[in-house]
Design a protein around this ligand. Structure first.
Ligand code: TYM
Length: 380
């Protein structure tokens, strides 16, 4: 048998190559988020968020089961997370699963559990101290609060702070995970430290901790970037063995880096590839103009004649994925760019304005969030 050559690879710790999302569905064994399931969501929510309408959330695990439970009166809670670390500021890509969570919290009126595993990056990366991570956790919490989660229905779990309630449950999970399972899922070998081998058990805990606390089984829904799926591929099998439901999952594609579609905007790969939530309007303008990969032609004359290619144009993709929710406006931008009527510089100007408008609001709310942290962090 000829083995298919892999042209991309995804683990929570590395995303490489041009990601083919259809192949990924097969490889990860997830289900495509199809129109039937989207209709079921719409029946409950009345409308579909642009991330759902445009396929930004493209795959799932057990979402129909979760909706069956909901129909039967068994409400779910939401869970997602962010691993803080020095030098890894929140960028626009991170916001995608969190915005989805906030929307779902509003529409379904459900609890949200947000994990800040402040040991994760410490364990995986050299030159990071747990003290540095404390500041990063604070900064990241501001971004999450700024998105509008409801304080009375949202709980922040910080691993080192809440170890008292988490560790016991993590041990129960860890006992059912072997080193060989972790090795194959994360590409580890004998030289990985033992903390990183254990970590996946900590990420599993919030998916059933509310059930432990309430002493009854509550369904869980986890919106996340597909790179995080391997953690749950392992731990979902463990949870029924501990007497809990497997959590349902919704997977989003990656917001690409400025430098070209197919990959993942990543905080660690340099500021010319990512837009951070704390960037100034000038920084945004400079980055988009200088680095955003263009599907336009080399000269204005050529562009007018041949037109641009929106499918590979990063600015157009950002508008489609995030910043232009109006379908008619997006279609016009698409058609004008393709026909050559709209130039690359003009397309970039549209995006710059949209991002800066979004960030100016976000940064205001981020400031206000400084007074609200106590309302969100779970009381020990
Ligand atoms: P972290 O901090 O690397 O990323 C946080 C979330 O952002 C998603 N993400 C992206 N989504 C779209 N486009 C991108 N370019 C992009 N880059 C990152 C990630 O997939 C993730 O959902 N181990 C986790 C923290 C965690 C967690 C969880 C995540 C703890 N518990 C439960 C999801 C669900 C981490 O390092 O995420």
């Amino acid at each position: 048998m000829v083995k298919e050559k892999k042209d991309f690879s995804i683990t929570p710790y590395e995303v490489g190559g041009q990601v083919d999302y259809s192949k990924l569905i097969k490889e990860f064994g997830v289900s495509k988020l199809d129109s039937r399931t989207l209709e079921r969501i719409k029946k409950q929510t009345g409308e579909l968020h642009v991330f759902l309408r445009r396929g930004i959330f493209f795959a799932h695990r057990d979402l129909n089961w979760l909706l069956d439970e909901y129909d039967a009166g068994n409400k779910f809670f939401l869970y997602t997370g962010r691993a803080p670390s020095k030098g890894s500021r929140v960028h626009l890509g991170h916001l995608i699963p969190w915005i989805m969570c906030q929307w779902l919290q509003e529409k379904f009126d459900v609890d949200m559990w947000f994990q800040f595993p402040d040991e994760e990056k410490f364990l995986y990366k050299p030159d990071i101290t747990l003290e540095d991570t404390e500041q990063a956790t604070y900064e990241d919490m501001l971004d999450v609060i700024a998105l509008g989660f409801r304080p009375e229905k949202t709980k922040f779990l910080i691993d080192t702070k809440h170890a008292g309630i988490m560790y016991k449950e993590a041990c129960k999970v860890a006992k059912k995970i072997t080193f060989s399972m972790v090795k194959s899922s994360f590409g580890f070998n004998e030289s990985n430290n033992v903390g990183s081998i254990f970590y996946t058990a900590m990420q599993a805990v919030p998916a059933f901790l509310p059930s432990v606390i309430k002493k009854k089984n509550i369904p869980c829904l986890i919106p996340l970037g597909i790179d995080q799926d391997p953690h749950f591929r392992i731990s979902r099998d463990v949870m029924p063995k501990l007497g809990y439901y497997k959590p349902a999952i919704m997977h989003n594609v990656f917001l690409p880096p400025l430098t070209g579609i197919g990959g993942k905007m990543a905080a660690s790969s340099g500021s010319e590839t990512a837009i951070y939530t704390t960037d100034t309007p000038e920084e945004v303008k400079k980055k988009i103009n200088k680095y955003a990969f263009s599907g336009g032609q080399a000269t204005i004359e050529e562009h007018r004649k041949k037109g641009g290619n929106p499918d590979i144009d990063v600015s157009f993709q950002y508008l489609k994925m995030f910043f232009e929710p109006d379908d008619n406006k997006l279609q016009k931008i698409h058609d004008d760019y393709k026909s050559g009527k709209l130039l690359t510089g003009e397309l970039k100007a549209i995006l710059i304005e949209k991002i800066n408008k979004f960030l100016s609001e976000h940064q205001k709310k981020r400031e206000q969030a400084k007074k609200m942290i106590d309302k969100f962090v779970l009381k020990n």
